[in-house]
Design a binder for this molecule. Structure first.
Ligand code: 26Y
Length: 815
C-alpha cells in the first residue's frame, strides 16, 4: 500500500517535471540541458512552497498576529534546492524520480549557485534564524540587500588569494519573486528645512536624490513547516522617467552617471573595508536598507490595521548588529514627517519596537561615522539623531552633573562622530550578546557605562545552528545512524539528542559512528581529488580550522605550531607523530586586509615546505581549501576529527562553526572564548581540549601592559625556532615575504606587538596538542568523545536560541 502511494507520488512528480520542461523550454527529459533540468525541478519545488506560503500568510494576517522583522546586511543562505526538498519531506521521492529518469542527482545539486550574501557567522546566523522561525511556525520577514555580487569567489594563484566577482544571479534566481508594485523611494542628500506652519514645526526635505528600492521576496522553508519565512531583499534602481529635465537639456551623460550611482548601492557586498570612499558607499547601503524596510513595514501595517499607533503590538524589529541601526531614526522620520506625530509619541513607539543584537567587541566593527559627511548624505536623519543625542545628554547631565568626561564618552554624537552603537543602546528596548561570556563582556567592558544606566536592557542569548542543514543535509550518514537509535524527532526537538548519551558507551554504536566519520572523510577526499587533484590520506587525522581569516581567530597560531612540528622532525631523527595528520585550512581574507592575506600565503608556503621534505611529507600534510563557502562547509565539517577554535579569549563573540563541528562529531581544541565556554560546560573536560589564557587574563595583560612577546621569543627555543622560520629563507617567497608577520609578533607595526597573544598561548597549545594526538591513538576512547559531543549538541540548536529570543524579547505566537 505504502509502495503504491510512493509510486503514485513519483509518477506525479515526473509528470510535473515533464510538463514544465515542455512549457518553459520546449524540451523533453531526453534533450533538456543540465541548467534546464535544475530550473524545472526547482520550479516544481517552488510551487509547493508557494502554496504553503500563501495559506500561512493569509492566516497570520487574518488573525492579526504579531510578526518579527529581522534586519540584516547579510544573509548567508547557501544552496536551497536539497534543503527545501528535505524540509518538504520529498527528498527521497525526487531521488527516485531522477533515478528513474536516469539523471544523476548530484549533478542537479551542483547546478545551483549558492546565495552567498554574507561573509561569515553573522550572515549565516541570520539564515539559521529564518530556518528555525519557519520550522517553529513563527511569523518572520527578513530584510536585506539583494547584492548583485555576493561574497567574492576566492582563487589561489601561486599561494596568494585573488578575488573573482561572484555573479550568483547570472542564471536568474528561481527562488525569488519580484514585487515591483511594492517599490519605495529612498532619499539621499539635499537639505532638511524647518518650516513653521499653523500646525507647528514641520520639516521638509528638499533637493534630494531619489533611489528606487525594488523588493524581491525569497521564500525560505522550515522543516515540516506550515509557514515558510519571507526574505525580502532590496535592489536599488534609478527612478524610471526621473530627471527628464536633464535629459531634455541634452545632459545624457549626467543621467547615465546618476543611474550608475543609484544602482551601485545594491551592486556588491562589502567584505570589510577601511578607506573612506568605500565606507561612505556602505553608509549609503545601510540607509537604503533601513529606509526601504521601514517604509515597507509601516505601509503594510497601515494597510492591515489602519493605525500606525498599534505598531508595537504587531511588530517587533531585531537589528542584526549595528549596520541596520539607521532603521531607528528612519522610523522616527516616518512618524514625525509623514505621519505628523509629535516627538514624544514617535519616540515612545520607536523605543518599543526595536532590539539590538551585538556580534562583536572588536573595535573596528562598532561603527561610527564622520558627522559632516553623514549630515550631507542624510540631512534629515542627522537632525533626528542630533535630537536623540540632545535629549540623552540632558538625561546624563541630570544623572552625572559634574562628570563632563562621562557625558561625552557616552554621547551619541561627540568629537564630530556619530556612534551608532550608542544610539542603539539609548533607544532600543533590549540589547543582547550572543554567548554568555560575550554578554558579560558587553556589560562589564564594552558598554559598561550604559549597563549602569540601563541594567534591564542587557541580556545574553547564546547562538545556535540549524540541525536541518548542518546534520540532516550535510551528514546523511550520521543522521541515519542517529535516527536508527532514537528515531528522527531530534530534527525538530533538540532535547532528543541527549538520548544518544548512553550510546556513547556502546561499542557497536561507536564502531558505526567511526564508520560514518570515515565515509565522510572519504567523501571529502573524493571531492578534493576530483575537483582540485589533491590527494588526502583518509587514515590521517583531519584537523580543521575553517572560518573567516582574522588575526584574532589566530590561524597564525596553528601555522606556527605546524612549523614547530616540522622543526622537531628536522631536528631529531627519532621524532615521530603517533598518527599522520592532515591540517586543513579554509578561510577567506578581506580583499584589503593585507596581513590576513599574508597568512594565507604563509599557509601555502608551509604546505610546500612540508611536501618537499621526505621526512615530513608522509606524516604531515597542510591543505588549504579554496573558496570556503556554505556548500564547502557542508562537505568539510562532517569529515573533521578535530575542530580548531583557538581565538584569543574575549575576542570571538560566540562562534557558530564550533557548534557545527561538535554536532558532526568533531572534538574541539579551543580556548575559553565565546560559546566554547558553554561547549566545555556541556561536554565536560574529558571531551574537549582547552588551553590558553582566559579572557580576564588577557584583559589584565592589556590593562597593565605586562605582556612581552619578545621576552617569550628570547626565552623559549620552540617559539624562537618556529617564528624564525618566517625570516630565515626556508619558506617560499624568500626571507622578506613574511617580514610584516614576524614584525607584528615581536615588535608590532603601528600597534602593540602580538596584539592577539599568539606567542603567549603557543606553549599551552603545543602541550595540549600532544594530548590530542595521544588521545586519538585510543580509537574507541576518541570515538566516545566524538559521539558524546554530538549527543550534547542539542543545546546549540538554533531552535533553542529562537525559543529564548521569543520568550524574552519577541512574544510571537506560532500558527
Ligand atoms: C565591516 C562591517 C561591514 C562588518 C561586516 C560583517 C562587520 C562585521 C561583520 C561580521 C561579523 C560577524 O560575522 N560576526 C560574528 O557573528 C557570529 C554570529 O553571532 C558570531 O558567532 C561570531 O563570533 C562573530 O565574529
Amino acid at each position: 500500500m505504502k509502495n503504491i502511494m510512493a509510486q503514485n507520488r513519483i509518477q506525479e512528480i515526473k509528470a510535473t517535471i515533464e510538463g514544465k520542461l515542455k512549457r518553459h523550454y520546449g524540451r523533453t527529459l531526453h534533450n533538456a540541458s543540465d541548467e534546464e533540468m535544475f530550473q524545472t525541478v526547482a520550479l516544481s519545488i517552488r510551487d509547493m512552497i508557494l502554496e504553503q506560503w500563501v495559506k500561512g500568510n493569509e492566516e497570520i494576517n487574518a488573525r492579526g498576529r504579531k510578526k518579527l522583522c529581522y534586519l540584516s546586511v547579510e544573509f548567508l543562505m547557501g544552496r536551497a534546492l536539497v534543503n527545501n526538498m528535505i524540509n518538504l519531506g520529498v527528498l527521497d521521492d525526487y531521488k527516485a524520480v531522477l533515478a528513474e529518469i536516469g539523471y544523476p542527482f548530484e549533478k542537479l545539486e551542483e547546478q545551483e549557485n549558492e546565495a552567498a550574501l554574507g561573509s561569515g557567522g553573522l550572515g549565516r546566523l541570520a539564515a539559521c534564524f529564518l530556518d528555525s522561525l519557519s520550522t517553529l511556525n513563527l511569523p518572520v520577514t527578513g530584510y536585506g540587500i539583494r547584492y548583485e555580487y555576493g561574497m567574492f569567489c576566492q582563487r589561489i594563484v601561486d599561494g596568494e588569494q585573488t578575488e573573482v566577482p561572484d555573479d550568483w544571479m547570472c542564471k536568474g534566481d528561481v527562488w525569488e519573486i519580484e514585487r515591483r508594485e511594492e517599490q519605495v523611494e529612498v532619499r539621499f542628500e539635499g537639505m532638511a528645512e524647518e518650516l513653521w506652519t499653523e500646525e507647528g514645526l514641520t520639516v521638509v526635505h528638499k533637493n534630494f536624490q531619489k533611489v528606487t528600492a525594488v523588493p524581491y521576496d525569497m521564500i525560505v522553508t522550515g522543516y515540516g513547516s506550515q509557514l515558510p519565512a519571507t526574505l525580502r531583499l532590496w535592489r536599488a534602481e534609478y527612478p524610471a522617467g526621473f530627471d527628464f529635465h536633464a535629459f531634455n537639456k541634452g545632459d545624457f551623460v549626467y543621467m547615465v552617471q546618476q543611474k550608475e550611482i543609484a544602482e551601485s548601492i545594491s551592486k556588491v557586498l562589502y567584505p570589510k573595508d577601511d578607506h573612506i570612499g568605500g565606507r561612505m558607499l556602505r553608509l549609503r547601503q545601510y540607509y537604503f536598507l533601513a529606509s526601504a524596510t521601514m517604509q515597507s513595514i509601516v505601509r503594510e501595517h497601515k494597510k492591515l490595521y489602519g493605525d500606525v499607533r498599534t505598531l508595537p503590538e504587531k511588530i517587533v524589529i531585531q537589528i542584526n548588529d549595528i549596520h541596520p541601526a539607521l532603521a531607528i531614526p528612519e522610523l522616527m522620520r516616518i512618524l514625525l514627517d509623514d505621519e505628523g506625530m509629535g516627538w514624544d509619541e514617535a519616540y515612545d513607539i520607536t523605543s518599543r519596537v526595536f532590539n539590538y543584537t551585538n556580534h562583536t567587541v572588536m573595535h573596528e566593527a562598532l561603527e561610527s561615522w564622520p558627522a559632516q559627511l553623514f549630515k550631507s548624505m542624510l540631512p534629515r536623519i542627522y537632525a533626528i539623531i542630533s535630537e536623540i543625542n540632545e535629549r540623552f545628554q540632558q538625561q546624563l547631565l541630570k544623572r552625572f552633573p559634574d562628570d563632563r568626561d562621562k557625558i561625552s564618552h557616552m554621547a551619541v554624537i561627540a568629537y564630530d562622530e556619530i556612534r551608532m552603537a550608542h544610539m542603539c543602546l539609548v533607544v532600543c528596548a533590549a540589547v543582547n550578546g550572543v554567548s554568555q561570556l560575550h554578554g558579560r563582556i558587553l556589560k562589564t567592558r564594552t558598554f559598561r557605562d550604559f549597563y549602569v544606566m540601563f541594567p534591564k536592557k542587557f541580556t545574553a542569548i547564546t547562538n545556535g545552528i540549524t540541525p536541518r542543514r548542518w546534520l540532516v543535509s550535510a551528514n546523511p550518514g550520521l543522521c541515519e545512524l542517529i535516527a536508527g537509535h532514537i528515531g528522527s524527532r531530534f530534527i525538530r526537538d533538540y532535547r532528543e539528542l541527549e538520548r544518544l548519551k548512553p550510546l556513547a558507551d556502546d561499542r557497536r554504536f561507536l564502531k558505526d559512528f567511526a564508520l560514518v566519520k570515515q565515509r565522510n572523510k572519504q567523501r571529502l577526499a573524493d571531492y578534493m581529488f576530483k575537483k582540485k587533484g589533491i590527494a588526502l590520506n583518509v587514515d590521517s587525522i583531519f584537523d580543521v580550522q575553517a572560518k573567516r581569516l582574522h588575526e584574532y581567530k589566530r590561524q597564525l597560531l596553528k601555522v606556527l605550531h605546524i612549523l614547530h612540528l616540522y622543526n622537531r622532525f628536522t631536528g631529531d631523527e627519532c621524532f615521530a607523530l603517533p598518527r599522520p595528520v592532515t591540517f586543513l585550512f579554509a578561510a577567506k581574507a578581506s580583499p584589503v586586509y593585507w596581513r590576513a592575506k599574508d597568512i594565507i600565503n604563509l599557509i601555502h608556503a608551509v604546505a610546500s615546505l612540508i611536501e618537499a621534505n621526505p621526512r615530513t611529507r608522509d606524516c604531515m600534510k597542510v591543505v588549504f581549501l579554496e573558496n570556503y563557502n556554505v556548500s564547502l562547509a557542508e562537505l568539510l565539517i562532517p569529515a573533521a576529527d578535530i575542530s580548531e577554535q583557538i581565538s584569543t579569549a574575549g575576542c570571538e563573540a560566540s562562534g557558530t562553526g564550533n557548534m557545527k563541528f561538535m554536532l558532526n562529531g568533531a572534538v574541539t581544541l579551543g580556548t575559553m572564548d565565546g560559546a566554547n565556554v558553554e561547549i566545555f560546560e556541556k561536554v565536560g573536560q574529558d571531551n574537549i581540549f582547552i588551553f590558553g589564557a582566559l579572557a580576564e587574563e588577557i584583559a589584565r595583560m592589556e590593562r597593565d601592559n605586562s605582556y612581552n612577546p619578545k621576552g617569550l621569543f628570547d626565552g623559549n627555543a620552540d617559539i624562537r625556532n618556529a617564528v624564525s622560520r618566517l625570516m630565515d629563507g626556508s619558506l617560499a617567497g624568500g626571507s622578506d615575504r613574511f617580514h610584516d608577520l614576524y614584525q607584528s609578533l615581536l615588535y608590532g607595526c603601528f600597534d602593540r606587538a602580538d596584539k592577539y597573544f599568539v606567542l603567549h598561548d603557543f606553549d599551552a597549545y603545543r602541550a595540549m596538542y600532544e594530548n590530542v594526538l595521544n588521545a586519538y591513538t585510543d580509537a574507541n576512547a576518541w570515538m566516545r568523545k566524538a559521539a558524546f559531543n554530538t549527543a550534547c549538541a542539542g543545546y546549540f540548536s538554533v531552535d533553542r536560541t529562537i525559543e529564548e529570543y521569543n520568550r524574552t524579547l519577541w512574544g510571537l505566537d506560532a500558527i
